[in-house]
Design a protein around this ligand. Sequence first.
Ligand code: PGA
Length: 252
Amino acid sequence: MSARRVLIAGNWKMNCLSADAKALAGGLADKMKAAGAVNFEMLVCPPAVLIPTAVDAVAGSAIKVGGQDCHMNAKGAHTGDTAAAQLKDAGCGYVIVGHSERRTDHGESDEVVKAKAAAAQTNGLVAVICIGETEAQRDAGKTLDVNGTQIAGSVPDGSTAANTVIAYEPVWAIGTGRTPTSAEVQDVHAFIRGELAKKIGADEAAKTRILYGGSMNPKNAKELLALADVDGGLIGGASLKVEDFWAVAESV
Ligand code: PGA
């Protein structure tokens, strides 16, 4: 652990109706208010249509709200998309970009992810840029190559520790209950920080938070979050229950 403030981020994906969103975000806000000063920052990223519900539910607590994606352009003829400025206007402080599910479902390349991250940063949002290797890439010994390429290609020039968070999410660990060993996670995170230093300079890289994501849960969070270069988690399944997500945060 370091001076970097740990970020516990929940990626709700395409889950929840408004009543669930209200109960989940509201339940976390109650916990946060009751806890007082905490040694972590908490973020929830609901589906776009539920952002206003979540923003209302966390009002008065320190919990932040983020989007799960934004368009690379400022506005205009992009049916179904959401602009970074609209997320900001709705009360978001963050947006996830380049999640592996978007890279797969929507064919997003590093170039697209980089443009989205830049749009987020320009509009005053922190871009949570996701990277990670597939199982086939890992088996072929390409884990570092793949993550290095994604850092080089997905992180905008001029990014800073203040407007950027990296999330390392091995694709094969997402939603599977499987995780790399702690030693493997630390090795990849340290490597990512090194690649980030080439891109944005050693000072900014040293201050930038690198989250681990992929089957993080109340059981394994403590060990993962204690690793030197792990500065938080991006949590899917375990972010959908107040008790589970809070337990992950409490293990910081
Ligand atoms: P998971 O998802 O925690 O359910 O594995 C993490 C993510 O995809 O961000």
